[in-house]
Every structure is written in structure tokens, then in C-alpha cells.
Design a protein around this ligand. Sequence first.
Ligand code: 5RP
Length: 239
Amino acid sequence: MAEDLDSEKLLAATAAVRHVKSGMRLALGTGSTAAFAVRALVQRFPDGGGITAVASSMLTERLARELGLNVGPLLPSDRFDLMIDGADEVAPTLDLTKGGGGALFREKFLARLSRELLILVDHTKLVPTLGTRSAIPIEVVPFARGVIVEQLRERRVASAVRVAPGGEHPFVTDNGNEILDLRPSWPVTDPSGLDQELRAIPGVVETGLFCGLAHRVFVGLPDGTVQEILPSHPSRAGS
Ligand code: 5RP
């Protein structure tokens, strides 16, 4: 029988949205699970609840606006009470791989400005080691892409340029950049070290490795329950 992952995403999203209170300022993630959360938010606060939000992508911004949420631009002194987002992989340390939807730069930028990052996933996203279920995306400046690919190859990291739907052109992020999907030839046992190493390559704007950022992960399970995972390491960004 096919797994009903959408039901698991909805369960996780509904559980996470219970943490939202009236008047909060929120950062909204991107992807199918984040979209469930946006819908759950509107259901929980049909009159808006005085909530204001900044979205991590044009896609999420459009959806949130269509549903009547008060979404606006990022302000110079912005801080968020909560960020609600999905992930492509969740390690036991709560380090994450994100960027399957190509919004990794804005997602990470907003996550760093948030007091709490709540991550919502279906059970298939739990992995023992990052990079085993999905590739690790990085956002790169298009001009530099060829050089970056070569520098990655020298580090034994295979990369593929992400293509836009239709398959003819590179995918272009909301920031006008491109995405390389990386497959390191070794197990990613030190995601934080890899994140730093990749970000040090000129032309790399950001990586999809989110280390030490998630405060709580909600996992929708096939039996209809939600598992809530807290980090064993107490210090998270923004705490
Ligand atoms: C977008 C992301 C998404 O959160 C991630 O790809 C998970 O997406 P989905 O909820 O559709 O499985 O990082 O950049």
C-alpha cells in the first residue's frame, strides 16, 4: 500500500501550528509541508489573529496572501517569534538538509532571525546521516558555477545543476542564483564542518545544511500520531 505522506505532513503541520499564539510575528518556510502549515494557520486563526509574517519564497508569499494572511517584506530590525518550515532530512542531532524547494538561502536567513525554528516532516525524512536520503543543495552565483563545480570535484564531491521544470534551463532561485545538488563521496559525519567549508568557496551563497538551528521537530507518523523531537544539545541559535 502506498504511504500517505501528505496525511503525515498535515499531522505534523497541525501540531506545530498549535504553538502559534495571537499577535506573533512568524517566518514561513517553503515546500509542501510548509504549505500545509500555512493552511493550518489560517484554519486556527480565521480572523488573522493579529499575526504578521514574512515568507521565505515568492511561492509561500503568494499562497499566504491568497489565504488572507498578513504577509509583508522583511524589515531591517526583524526578529521572529517562530519560524515554521519543512526539511528534506532530519538527523538524530536535529541537524537538517533543506533546499529541496530551492529556498534555502531565505529559509536559513529567516531561521537565524527566529527565536524558535519548528520543523515539520513526514517519517521518511528521519535519517541516520545527512546526505543519505537527498542531495545537499547549495545556492551559487551563476557566473561562478563552473569554477565551483571543478573545486567540488577536487574535493570528491559530485554536483548536478538543478534544472527548472521542463528540464531545459537551470532552476533560478528567488535571488537570481542557481542551485547545485551535491553528493559527497564520503559519509557526512561533520555537517557543520562541511557547511563551513562549502560556504568558504567564493561564489557559494549558502548551503542547505542547517546545523544547530532547529529547536523542535514534529514528525507525522504512519499510525496517525505525531512524534515531537527536542534537541539533546541545549544551545540553539536564538535561544
Ligand atoms: C524548500 C525546503 C523544504 O522545506 C524541503 O524541501 C521539504 O519540502 P517538502 O515539505 O515539500 O517535502 O527546504 O527549500
